[in-house]
Design a protein around this ligand. Structure first.
Ligand SMILES: [Zn+2]
Length: 203
């Protein structure tokens, strides 16, 4: 799962929402390209076609604001013409519209971003799963240990299925990863894979 590329097609007005929903997705070792972070303004957007072709999945953010954006329709059409799967991330059924109607996608729960991020991760994990017997590939997040002067990197292995992660979230049981060098432990939200806190090691 290290070279996969995700392209996020969204309206300029939704950039803040998109940054919030993708804040932890960006920690995974694949490329996440938000359309409006890649260009200075909408007029340059046409040159993102190369990014689209190289993507393993396109997430289309469909809101009332994006309904009027010709870019999103174009990008979805282009992705589909190239055979790139499109995951709709939508405010409500009317935003989802007809042209991505065949995939379920993720409904945006504005009052519950954790749930939205969890469901987004479910879809990405499904889309980026390799063919073959491993239907749930191990995912991981790697980051530098934040203890001062500790040179090590820490790896959070995500072996549990999405349904098990949701159960852990409901029971308030965080995921943990330890630094081999200084034995600090890092805790993560099992639903969003967001960082919660660090406990310093004894060494
Ligand atoms: Zn460390």
């Amino acid at each position: 799962m290290t070279d996969e590329q995700i392209y996020v097609s969204h309206a300029p007005a939704d950039l803040e929402l998109v940054q919030e929903l993708f804040s932890t997705v960006k920690n995974f070792p694949f490329g996440v390209h938000l359309a409006l972070e890649e260009v200075d303004d909408n007029s340059e957007r046409a040159r993102l076609e190369g990014r689209l072709v190289d993507s393993d999945v396109v997430v289309a953010v469909l809101t009332n604001r994006s309904a009027r954006s010709r870019w999103i329709n174009q990008e979805i059409g282009y992705a589909r013409a190239q055979g790139v799967p499109v995951v709709p991330l939508y405010d409500d059924e009317t935003c989802r519209g007809g042209f991505v109607g065949e995939t379920d996608g993720v409904s945006i729960a504005r009052d519950d971003p954790s749930k939205t991020i969890f469901e987004l991760l479910c879809d990405l994990r499904r889309e980026l799963a390799p063919l073959g017997p491993l239907s749930v590939p191990n995912w991981f997040v790697e980051f530098p240990c934040t203890v001062s002067a500790c040179p090590d990197r820490v790896v959070l292995e995500i072996e549990a299925s999405q349904s098990k992660l949701w159960k852990r979230y409901r029971h308030g049981k965080p995921l943990a990863a330890s630094c081999d060098e200084c034995s600090s432990t890092y805790y993560f939200n099992p639903a969003t894979i967001g960082f919660i806190r660090r406990e310093n090691g004894t060494r």
